[in-house]
Design a protein around this ligand. Structure first.
Ligand code: PEP
Ligand code: MN
Length: 338
């Protein structure tokens, strides 16, 4: 941490900062420039509590933290990228994870047909929501445990790992019985009790970025899960809220290389929620692979026009097959496998 003193800071004020830094357990070094004096505090500032409060002391201009506030998620915490293995899904290594399936689990026939088709096209996991957090209380809320049972049947039929959302801490144990990957939805990214409960689960977690959350807030949310002892966390960019209205959300693909520079956790892109229009999805999936994404999660349904949720952004099977073939060629070009 660096404490920048005001131009006219007195010796007493500088000495006071030196004493505060020592009291916090850090090692102070006073650097005197021609214009300003700076007090550098060496040590792990994350263990001291928030020292930005020192900005309120007299003679202090600015307090600048140096270390990222997330520790376990940080690239500095680990040599090499995390590779997560969850049933048929491997993510974070050379292989790109492809999670596909409908927004919601509707019935057994739909799920089994979808699972077989996406597996034949090369998907490595099946997605589908049984608990649906919907913007409107009048929208379809999901089949809940019945939906989980249908997902388990689809796994028995295909061997595909199941990715499904958990919306409340009380449901984490139940969803963990059925799914290899617990999805934490965008609306719940900062539901800290849910993050803690997922931190205690033995299942991998797909953590989606909140539409109004910064990347740092996403990493701090992941830190809750890691701190709970669960190291199998993947981060998902699914688009953020901007002033732009031509897409449902705005999908910032620079998040992929940025996160990979900051964290060892696998990075997944959701081009379905990120665009909100089926015709835009394949191009953004391809762009995500080119950008180095470790995984893609995409909505696919045998009949998108009859889907119970998010049909407008859902691919039919033929389009998914074509998207897979195209993504595969791009993956090869960037030295990845799909
Ligand atoms: C979903 O995956 O269907 C979903 C609800 O996603 P998000 O939480 O990103 O809106
Ligand atoms: Mn959806």
């Amino acid at each position: 941490m660096i404490i920048v003193m005001k131009r006219n800071a007195t010796e007493t004020e500088i000495n006071h900062m030196v004493a505060e830094v020592e009291a916090a357990g850090l090692k102070p070094t006073v650097l005197r420039g021609t214009e300003r004096t700076v007090v550098a505090a060496i040590g792990d500032e994350r263990k001291t509590g928030d020292l930005r409060k020192l900005e309120s002391a007299s003679g202090v201009d600015e307090v600048i933290p140096v270390l990222a506030p997330y520790k376990l998620a940080s690239i500095e915490n680990q040599t090499g990228r995390s590779v997560i293995q969850a049933g048929s899904l491997t993510i974070g290594g050379k292989a790109i994870g492809m999670m596909a399936g409908p927004c919601s689990v509707e019935d057994e026939e739909q799920m089994v047909a979808t699972a077989k088709a996406i597996k034949a096209a090369g998907a490595t996991a099946l997605r589908g929501g049984a608990f649906k957090p919907r913007t409107s209380p009048y929208s379809f809320q999901g089949l809940k445990e019945e939906g989980l049972k249908i997902l388990a049947t689809a796994r028995e039929e295909t061997g595909l790992a199941i990715v499904t959302e958990v919306v409340s801490p009380e449901d984490v144990d139940l969803v963990s019985e059925y799914a290899e990957v617990l999805q934490i939805g965008a609306r719940n990214m900062q539901n800290y009790r849910l993050l803690e409960a997922c931190g205690r689960s033995h299942r991998a977690v797909l953590l989606k970025r909140g539409p109004s959350a910064t990347v740092e807030e996403l990493l701090l949310a992941a830190e809750y899960i890691l701190d709970g002892g669960n190291h199998n966390v993947m981060l998902c960019e699914r688009g953020i809220r901007t002033y732009e209205a031509h897409t449902r959300f705005t999908l910032p693909l620079a998040t992929v290389p940025y996160l990979q520079a900051k964290t060892h956790l696998p990075v997944v892109i959701d081009p379905s929620h990120g665009t909100g229009h089926a015709y835009l999805v394949p191009a953004m999936a391809k762009a995500a692979v080119a950008a180095g994404a470790d995984g893609i999660i995409v909505e696919v349904h045998p009949e998108p026009e009859h889907a119970k949720s998010d049909g407008f952004q859902t691919l039919d099977i033929a389009t998914f097959e074509q998207m897979m073939a195209d993504c595969r060629r791009i993956a090869a070009a960037v030295d990845r496998e799909l």
